[in-house]
Design a binder for this molecule. Structure first.
Ligand code: SIN
Length: 490
């Protein structure tokens, strides 16, 4: 089915660098495909070293004027960007769904989610306050002021093609930074459309520069930015191994870093939980985007007293999920992003079954729909050593483990190198505080499965990285503090 947009010029095949829409140096291009069918949707520039340098040159040249632009004016531009994103919600939703695979309703929802970060940081731009510090000696005035860090590099993932880039770029622009960004090779089209709307909103030439690159050439672009001392900050969402590499490679130029990395979220259902609420929370958090989010529950612990009732309720809802292409309005779960993703899900299910887990529902591919579909699945009798309990599955598989003791389940929930999100359901107020404080993660959902919001700090601890996105803390990531001391005033 052809991709039709109300504004066909939002389907872009050029990169915005220094205010020009350009092809890659050397003219190379790569295909962007629809994960539902494998069909080519567009061909975009396959950027490399020359393009990466040009992007930094542009961002560096644009920085002095952008940082000097009054915060209120930057805020007005961001507000216009927010308005334009919402005005084109349908087209952007279609682009997201087509290149990423999520159902259209979710694609549109993601656009609103992305815009909420732009609106939030438009408002925060005017509130980057400093402090007046009481001087310890006479005749001095002491201040701490916030300044933009400079050029920032953003490397964004494919699972939320609009929201992840918005929640990096919006605070950067609000703070007065200029940007070079590389969207994921699977989903560059949404970012290009967002950049076009940013331009229409009044973001000046060179302030926001994008370099698209294929999987093969991505490292060439990123290596340039890592080595360039003019890039003062790197923000990345993706896997922990890549995050570690970026942290090591940023050491020579001592960049400020925000790393939103892998998760392995536990979801604990205590014996006193409202089971219907817990199932509803799990459905939202586990099956959003087909299970392809960093905060998806990956290990579900259910108290033995309610285990069977919970699994029955869960399976009834999981088995009813409609799987199909984004283009079908009835679809609730789309295709996985690519063949590698489906292979990993299949490997996890195979490993779990070989080690004693059982399939309560689902458990197989759906070849009649296409190569990248997997049935929404519930596994039971899952144990700690299984691959699905140790690694993020990133797919629609809910692995359930039975438990009997609070302290033991909290220890097991924390028994992972990761610490992004955790969830638990209970009605006991004392337990709420005990467990919330004991869980080792940056986000904790208490009787709630949908955590993320523009006003909330999003980010992990341990191997899930550091730095926060969204909220008032999200702006600080793009600023440094300068101390001003004036003497001789007595
Ligand atoms: C992610 O998967 O990294 C982001 C999920 C979210 O914003 O809720």
């Amino acid at each position: 089915m052809p991709l039709t947009l109300r504004r066909s010029d939002l389907l872009l095949s050029a990169n915005p660098i220094a205010g020009q829409w350009c092809g890659a140096a050397g003219g190379r291009r790569f295909d962007v495909t629809d994960p539902a069918s494998g069909a080519v949707i567009a061909r975009v520039p396959d950027g490399g070293l020359v393009d990466a340098i040009a992007a930094v040159d542009a961002a560096h040249a644009a920085f002095p004027a952008w940082r000097a632009t009054p915060a209120k004016q930057r805020a007005q531009i961001l507000k216009r960007w927010n308005d334009l994103i919402l005005a084109h919600q349908d087209d952007l939703g279609r682009l997201i769904s087509r290149e990423q695979g999520k159902p259209l309703a979710e694609g549109r929802g993601e656009v609103a989610y992305a815009a909420s970060y732009v609106e939030w940081f438009a408002e925060e731009a005017t509130r980057a306050y400093g402090d007046v510090i009481p001087a310890p000696v006479a005749g001095r005035r002491m201040l701490a002021v916030r300044e933009p860090v400079g050029v920032i590099a953003a490397i964004t993932p494919w699972n939320f093609p609009a929201a992840m880039i918005a929640r990096k770029i919006a605070p950067a622009l609000a703070a007065g930074c200029t940007v070079v960004a590389k969207p994921a090779e699977d989903t560059p089209l949404t970012s290009l459309a967002l950049a076009r709307l940013a331009e229409e909103a009044g973001v000046p030439a060179g302030v926001l520069n994008l370099v698209t690159a294929s999987r093969e050439r991505a490292a060439e672009v990123v290596d340039v930015w890592l080595a360039d001392a003019r890039v003062r900050k790197l923000t990345f969402t993706g896997s922990t191994p890549v995050g570690r590499h970026l942290a090591r490679a940023s050491a020579d130029t001592l960049k400020k870093l925000s790393l939103e990395l892998g998760g392995n979220a536990p979801f604990i259902v205590f014996e006193d939980a409202d089971l219907d609420a817990a199932v509803a929370g799990l459905m939202v958090s586990k099956f959003r985007n087909g299970g392809q989010t960093c905060v998806c529950p990956n290990r579900i612990y259910v108290h033995e007293a309610v285990h069977d009732a919970f699994v029955d309720k869960l399976c009834a809802q999981v088995a009813a999920l409609q799987v199909g292409p984004a283009s079908d309005p009835a679809s609730q779960i789309g295709p996985m992003i690519n063949a590698r993703a489906v292979e990993k899900i299949e490997r996890h299910v195979r490993d779990a079954l070989a080690r004693g887990a059982r399939i309560a529902t689902g458990g197989a591919r759906l070849p009649q729909l296409g190569g990248n579909y997997f049935q929404p699945t519930v596994l039971t009798d899952v144990t700690a050593g299984m691959e699905c309990a140790c690694e993020e599955t990133f797919g629609p598989v809910a692995p359930v483990t039975r438990f009997s003791d609070e302290a033991a389940v909290v220890a097991e929930a924390n028994g992972t190198p990761y610490g992004l999100a955790s969830y638990f359901y209970t009605r006991d107020a004392r337990r709420i505080w005990r467990v919330a404080e004991a869980l080792e993660s940056g986000l904790v959902g208490i009787n709630e499965g949908a955590l993320a919001a523009e006003a909330a700090p999003f980010g992990g601890i341990k191997a899930s990285g550091y730095g926060r996105e969204g909220s008032r803390y999200g702006l600080e990531e793009y600023m440094h503090i300068k101390y001003l001391c004036q003497g001789g005033l007595d």
